[in-house]
Design a protein around this ligand. Structure first.
Ligand code: P1T
Length: 379
C-alpha cells in the first residue's frame, strides 16, 4: 500500500457493531461481561478501549510497524518507555532535543539511577566514545529540535546492534510521512502525536511503535500498569488527523522551502537551519532517509540577543507566538525562553542554541502571506 492510501485505510476497519466508517468514540470506563472473565476482548478502559485499539493499529501501520502503544502525551510515552530500564543502565541521547525530554531524563530519571550521556550525533561515530558495557539504549531525534541537525539512523542502528543496545527514534519532527525509522533499523519509534499526526493543535498525545513483540508486550503491560493512557475522544481526533497527514505534509514541505530560502537572503538573518539546503552539513543523509524536508526550521539574527528575538516574536501577525508545532497554522517560538528554557544557558550555548535563535513551525497557509508577515516583523 502506498503512503497516501496507507494513512487513510491501514489498520482501521468500519465499526463491527454498526458499520460506522469512522471509529466511534467509545466513551465508557468499563465493559459488561457475560460472566467473570467472559467478555468481548474489553474489560476496563485503562487496559483496552476500542477507539484506542484502532488508533494503535493505524499508527503502527503508518510507521510500517506491527505494534502501536498510545499514551496521554509524548512525554508520557517517553516516561513509560524509560521504565524498561534499571538503575545503572546507561542511555546515550542527542544533545539537541526537546527540552521537556531532557528535563524528564535529567530531573526525573537520573534520580532513579539511569545514567544519560548527551552528545552531538551528527557524526554517528561520536557515539562510540561514550559506549560502555552498561549502554542499553540510544535515543535520538532527527531532525533535532530546534537546530534541525540530521542524524544518520541506519549508521546509529548498526552501532546500537553491535553494542546490543536498543535504538529509539523520536520521529515527531519528520512525521511518518517523511521518514520511517523502523525501516532503517530502529527498534522503536516515538511520536509526540500532538504535532503533525494530530495536525490541528487540538490534542495532546504520544505513541510508541515497534516490530518487536517482546518489547511491545512489556510496553502494553506498563501502559496498563502505570496508566498514562489517552481518552477515547483524543484517540478519535488522532484517527481523523492521520487521514490527511500526507496532504498537509506536502504543503508544509512546499511552504517550508519557500520560507527557508526567503530567510536565508534576509539582511538581518545570520543563519538559517533547515535540512533542505544543499550545504546543510548532513543534507545527503536527509535526502537519503527522508521523503522531503518538512516545515520546521530555525534561524539566528545578526543582532544575536534575546531582546532582538523577542522583538520579532512580538511583531508577527500570522505566525502565532506559541509552544508546539506541526499544526495547520504557523507558529513562532523562542527556544531559549520557551521550549528549551529547562536547559541551563551555558549548556544551551555550548550545544549551539544561540540566544537569538527563533524556531518556526511553518503551517499550510499561503506562503506569500507568511513571507509578508516575516518581512514586516523582521523589518
Ligand atoms: O508535548 P508532548 O506531546 O508531551 O511531547 C513532547 C515532545 C517530544 N518530542 C519532541 C520532538 C517534541 O517536540 C515534543 C514536544 N514539543 C513541544 C511542545 C515543542 O514546542 O517543541
Amino acid at each position: 500500500m502506498k503512503p497516501d492510501t496507507k494513512f487513510i485505510h491501514a489498520g482501521v476497519h468500519p465499526d463491527p457493531s454498526t458499520g460506522a466508517i469512522m471509529t466511534p468514540i467509545y466513551q465508557t470506563s468499563t465493559f459488561v461481561q457475560e460472566g467473570p472473565g467472559k467478555h468481548k476482548g474489553y474489560e476496563y478502559a485503562r487496559t483496552q478501549n476500542p477507539t484506542r485499539t484502532q488508533l494503535q493499529n493505524a499508527l503502527a501501520a503508518a510507521e510500517n510497524g506491527k505494534y502501536g502503544i498510545c499514551f496521554g502525551s509524548g512525554l508520557a510515552a517517553t516516561d513509560t518507555f524509560l521504565k524498561l530500564f534499571k538503575p545503572g543502565d546507561e542511555i546515550i541521547c542527542t544533545n539537541d532535543l526537546y527540552g521537556g525530554t531532557y528535563r524528564l531524563m535529567r530531573k526525573v530519571w537520573e534520580q532513579y539511577g539511569l545514567k544519560f550521556h548527551f552528545i552531538n550525533m551528527s557524526a554517528a561515530g561520536n557515539i562510540s566514545a561514550v559506549l560502555t558495557p552498561a549502554t542499553k539504549m540510544i535515543w535520538l531525534e532527527t531532525p533535532t529540535n530546534p537546530l534541525m541537525r540530521i542524524i544518520d539512523i541506519s549508521a546509529c542502528a548498526a552501532i546500537a546492534k553491535k553494542a546490543n543496545a536498543m535504538l529509539v527514534v523520536d520521529n515527531t519532527f519528520a512525521s511518518p510521512y517523511l521518514q520511517n525509522p523502523l525501516d532503517l533499523g530502529a527498534d522503536v519509534v516515538m511520536h509526540s502525536a500532538t504535532k503533525y499526526i494530530g495536525g490541528h493543535s487540538d490534542v495532546v498525545h504520544g505513541c510508541l511503535i515497534t516490530n518487536d513483540k517482546t518489547v511491545a508486550d512489556q510496553l502494553y503491560f506498563l501502559q496498563n500498569a502505570c496508566g498514562a493512557v489517552p481518552g477515547p475522544q483524543d484517540c478519535f481526533l488522532l484517527l481523523r488527523g492521520l487521514k490527511t497527514l500526507h496532504v498537509r505534509m506536502q504543503r508544509h514541505c512546499e511552504n517550508g522551502e519557500k520560507i527557508a530560502h526567503y530567510l536565508r537572503q534576509h539582511p538581518k538573518v545570520s543563519k538559517v537551519h533547515w535540512c533542505g539546503f544543499e550545504d546543510h552539513p548532513n543534507h545527503p543523509v536527509a535526502k537519503a532517509q527522508m521523503r522531503g524536508f518538512g516545515g520546521m526550521m530555525s534561524f539566528e539574527l545578526k543582532d544575536n540577543t534575546v531582546a532582538a528575538a523577542e522583538k520579532v516574536l512580538s511583531s508577527t501577525q500570522l505566525f502565532a507566538c506559541a509552544e508546539s508545532l506541526g499544526g495547520v497554522e504557523s507558529l513562532i517560538g523562542h527556544p531559549a525562553s520557551m521550549t528549551h528554557a529547562s536547559i541551563p544557558r551555558e549548556e544551551r550555548i555550548a550545544n549551539g542554541l544561540a540566544d537569538s535563535l527563533i524556531r518556526l513551525s511553518v503551517g499550510i497557509e499561503d506562503a506569500e502571506d507568511l513571507i509578508e508577515d516575516l518581512a514586516q516583523a523582521l523589518g
